[in-house]
Design a protein around this ligand. Structure first.
Ligand SMILES: Nc1ncnc2c1ncn2[C@@H]1O[C@H](COP(=O)(O)OP(=O)(O)O)[C@@H](O)[C@H]1O
Ligand SMILES: O=C(O)C1=C[C@@H](OP(=O)(O)O)[C@@H](O)[C@H](O)C1
Ligand SMILES: [Mg+2]
Length: 175
């Protein structure tokens, strides 16, 4: 049985979509960021501050490798999980990979308003603003999301429940 991986930029809705999608499919679900924090024994912001981003990426890689070896699981990946070439390959071997897309404006609003941002989403660049960071990183990452994805869902102006419905339809059509 497959593992379904949700990918996309910070704020695209991966963590929000994972649980209701898992319920519809009768799968388990896991947020890779929760698993990283459990393994490290500290928050993501603390990992970045105390050990640096390269160490965070190493833990993220190990967590993704382990989760992608499981069965009947929905993974809400972190936005940067696709930076690792082995992870991109293993996601596709494990099952459907759904790219949740959103505009820069929607991502900025969701990230700014989300209470988990301070513990979970440290700055990734020295950009002057959140909007500039999103734009710069999306320019770099979009080709990787595109390469990894087996299907894409636009999320602007859609509720989580509408997004789950759309993913269910895309899974039916690829089965
Ligand atoms: N489709 C949506 N429409 C509006 N807000 C959303 C949507 N999906 C997620 N959000 C909100 O955006 C924030 C980030 O969502 P989250 O699921 O944590 O994203 P990710 O895991 O991709 O970073 C949360 O506050 C969440 O409630
Ligand atoms: O895009 C990224 O590099 C990151 C995204 C975050 O996860 P979300 O995409 O769930 O916010 C978290 O893994 C960490 O802050 C790094
Ligand atoms: Mg998340």
């Amino acid at each position: 049985m497959p593992v379904i991986t949700l990918i996309g930029y910070r704020g695209s809705g991966k963590s929000s979509v994972a649980a209701p999608l898992a319920e519809r499919l009768g799968f388990d679900w896991i947020d890779a960021d929760d698993e990283i924090e459990r393994v490290a024994g500290k928050s993501i912001t603390e990992i970045f501050a105390e050990e640096g981003e390269p160490r965070f990426r190493q833990i993220e890689r190990e967590v993704m490798q382990s989760l992608l070896g499981r069965d009947k699981l929905i993974i809400a990946a972190g936005g940067g999980a696709i930076l690792n070439i082995e992870t991109r390959k293993e996601m596709r071997e494990a099952g459907p990979v759904i790219w949740l897309k959103a505009s820069v404006a929607a991502l900025e609003q969701r990230i700014t308003e989300d209470v988990t941002t301070s513990s979970r989403r440290p700055a990734l660049t020295s950009s002057a603003s959140q909007r500039e960071e999103i734009q710069n990183l999306l320019d770099q990452r979009e080709p990787l999301y595109r390469e990894a994805a087996t299907s894409t869902v636009e999320t602007d102006s859609k509720t989580v429940s509408q997004i789950v419905d759309e993913i269910m339809t895309s899974l039916d059509s690829t089965d």
